[in-house]
Design a protein around this ligand. Structure first.
Ligand code: HEC
Length: 192
């Protein structure tokens, strides 16, 4: 993690916000990154919904704690890229952004505040570290009504207690619907 962090700082990375019209096709690795992130998103949301419906939000917190990192690992392995989530305010300290992710998140937050639809807020950059190239891609994750159960300002007491127990340093509360909750973040090794 810290190695990656340093590399980003040294690289003078170019951040390319995608044009909404998308006249030019993005590189292949961006398409792959989108697919990896979409798969992670689908898996997380479907298992989260099932878990809430079956056992309620308290059990779903425990589910998230155990399953979210595991699902991210599975998707990463299957796609041969690193697929995860990050945010300016994290619940799990393992999801803390590095310096470049932090800048990209701030950029995304400004774009969302300026009225751009969250689904279009995507950034990518090629990073060159002494010839070892990798692609980095991020897409905004907005707050939705379902998320209020665990990231809102009025979290049910037993749910809040479960979150406190699992995440004593939790920063991911008091979000409102439509705000930037975080982003998918993907790193793709580039060989060509
Ligand atoms: C049942 C409670 C629960 C609900 C509902 C929930 N989350 Fe979370 N969320 C968590 C927990 C617990 C974590 C920490 C997971 C981990 O340990 O990796 C988390 C982590 C995250 C992260 C990763 C960054 C961080 O803060 O660590 C994002 C992004 C996120 N949630 C977005 C959402 C969105 C968007 C929704 C609604 C679609 C949502 N969550 C609904 C409990 C929940």
């Amino acid at each position: 993690m810290s190695g990656r962090h340093t590399a980003w700082l040294l690289a003078g990375v170019l951040i390319l916000p995608l044009a909404a019209g998308g006249e030019e096709a993005p590189p292949n690795w961006v398409t792959e990154a989108r697919q990896g992130a979409a798969e992670l998103g689908r898996n997380l949301v479907s298992t989260l919904q099932q878990s809430i419906q079956a056992e309620g939000p308290v059990a779903a917190v425990a589910f998230c704690r155990l399953q979210a990192p595991e699902i991210a690992d599975q998707v990463s392995t299957a796609h041969a890229m690193q697929v995860g989530r990050t945010a300016l305010r994290v619940r799990n300290p393992d999801n803390q952004p590095d310096a470049c992710e932090q800048r990209m998140l701030e950029l995304m937050q400004a774009r969302l505040a300026a009225g751009e639809p969250a689904s279009q807020i995507e950034v990518f950059a090629v990073h060159n570290d002494n010839g070892a190239r990798s692609g980095r891609w991020m897409r905004a994750i907005p707050m939705q009504p379902l998320c209020l159960n665990c990231h809102g300002s009025n979290i049910a007491t037993p749910v809040a207690a479960t979150i406190d127990a699992g995440y004593p340093q939790d920063q991911a509360r008091d979000f409102e619907v439509g705000e930037l909750r975080g982003a998918f973040t993907v790193t793709v090794p580039l060989h060509d």
